[in-house]
Design a protein around this ligand. Structure first.
Ligand code: FAD
Length: 369
């Protein structure tokens, strides 16, 4: 009998499980694939305050701190770098909208400043001359998402959590005061369950009688061949359609939320060629040196959301001992901290920052029946 079964081994499930095992609980984490191979392993790895919703800035700042200190709490360096980041406005209208948008993030505590085009080019000499102004955040940076699963597995196993990979959960039943998790032909008994299954959480919520509608978004990331250093910072643009970084290995990662094709029900996902071209054209217009570089690979990933675009982190209404963590926009950055907060709740402590109560959907605004 486990104290808690965590279902789903992305960044949110792993971070929660790690906090729980360190809090003295007997923990099993059950993952259909390998740890952090879905959204948490295929994302662009950016830790950008400018790309976070204002309401999540306090959480993103804490998450950023945790990634910076990864060797201390995770036991491994995961490619964390602070490069600074610029978000560019190409027209006066965009400049005005950018100022308003960043104003909300600044009010929420993000160390962002508005800069003119000349200063932006001093910060990032690789820029084309087309931006009229920009916002700048000196702490923006990135990590290597592909290393996350490796680091998490090693920390979880070392601290005594049981990690069951390549094991799909296909049912959760209530059993007295606890739960029976059906997985890979086995039954796992646990006093508590944490659903951390990303875009696949919807059916699990329905098994427990809490039918919150999880919306799935598919988007791509592309990578170029290795090239000489052509940029220093994380670059975005005011309408949110671009994110470019050049990690230390010389490749350039290009994304920005361009839609791909994919859904939780169907195993296959794919990029949309026209969107890849549009994304790359925008990237080349921003950093002209990219025109001499080839995209060698692009891949899609699935991201979960709910109708109010805020996370689900807390206890499931009406199901004692059941919790959910998911739908965290920019969840790679905030993930370690969100996991810590939910861990505090599950351990019976007062979370140090407010959670995002799934009970807010109880009135039926977002329930599917
Ligand atoms: C293309 C893309 C780029 C992104 N870029 C960034 C970025 O630059 N910066 C940033 O901060 N955020 C970024 N994000 C967001 C971030 O990646 C996600 O918010 C975060 O990884 C979500 O973590 P998760 O643990 O909820 O989900 P996931 O990582 O998807 O984990 C859910 C896990 O549950 C498992 N699972 C599902 N069903 C079952 C089952 N039946 N049994 C057992 N296990 C199951 C899955 O296999 C999966 O491993 C990006 C997302 C995408 C898609």
């Amino acid at each position: 009998m486990y104290d808690v079964a965590v279902i789903g081994g992305g960044i949110l499930g792993c971070a929660t499980a790690l906090h729980l095992v360190r809090g003295g609980m007997k923990v099993v984490i059950v993952e259909r694939d390998s740890l952090c191979r879905q959204a948490s392993g295929v994302n662009a790895g950016t830790h950008s305050m400018q790309m976070k919703r204002a309401a999540l800035i306090p959480y993103a700042l804490k998450g950023w701190e945790m990634w910076k200190d990864a060797p201390q709490w995770l036991g491994m360096e995961v490619g964390f770098r602070t490069t600074g980041g610029l978000t560019l406005a190409f027209t006066e209208e965009e400049a005005e909208a950018l100022q308003t948008r960043m104003g909300r993030r600044i009010a929420a505590g993000a160390p962002i400043e508005m800069v003119n085009a000349k200063r932006a080019r001093t910060i990032e000499p690789g820029l084309s001359g087309t931006a009229v102004s920009a916002s700048y955040c000196p702490i923006d940076g990135f990590a290597n998402a592909a290393l996350t699963g490796l680091a998490m597995r090693s920390a979880l196993v070392k601290d005594g959590a049981e990690v069951r990979e390549r094991t799909a959960v296909d049912g959760i039943e209530r059993n007295g005061g606890g739960f029976v998790v059906k997985a890979g032909g086995a039954s796992i008994s646990a006093s508590r369950v944490v659903i951390a299954a990303g875009v696949w959480a919807g059916p699990m919520l329905r098994w427990l009688g809490v039918p919150i509608d999880i919306v799935c978004g598919a988007r791509h990331v592309a990578v170029t061949e290795r090239t000489r250093p052509i940029m220093r910072t994380i670059l975005g643009e005011a309408t949110g359609k671009l994110s470019i970084i050049q990690p230390g290995n010389g490749t350039v990662l290009i994304g920005g939320g361009w839609p791909a094709v994919g859904s939780p029900e169907h195993g296959s996902m794919t990029v949309i060629p026209g969107n890849l071209v549009g994304n790359f054209q925008l990237a080349c217009a921003t950093v002209p040196a990219l025109m001499h570089t080839r995209v060698v690979r692009a891949w899609p990933g699935l991201d979960a959301n709910v109708s109010d675009h805020l996370p689900l982190v807390g206890a499931l209404p009406g199901v004692d001992g059941a919790f959910i963590i998911g739908c965290v926009r920019g969840g790679y950055t905030t993930g370690p901290y969100m996991g810590k907060l939910l861990g505090q709740l599950v351990l019976g402590h007062e979370p140090e920052m407010a959670l995002f109560d799934p009970g807010r959907f109880e009135e039926g605004t977002n329930l599917v029946h």
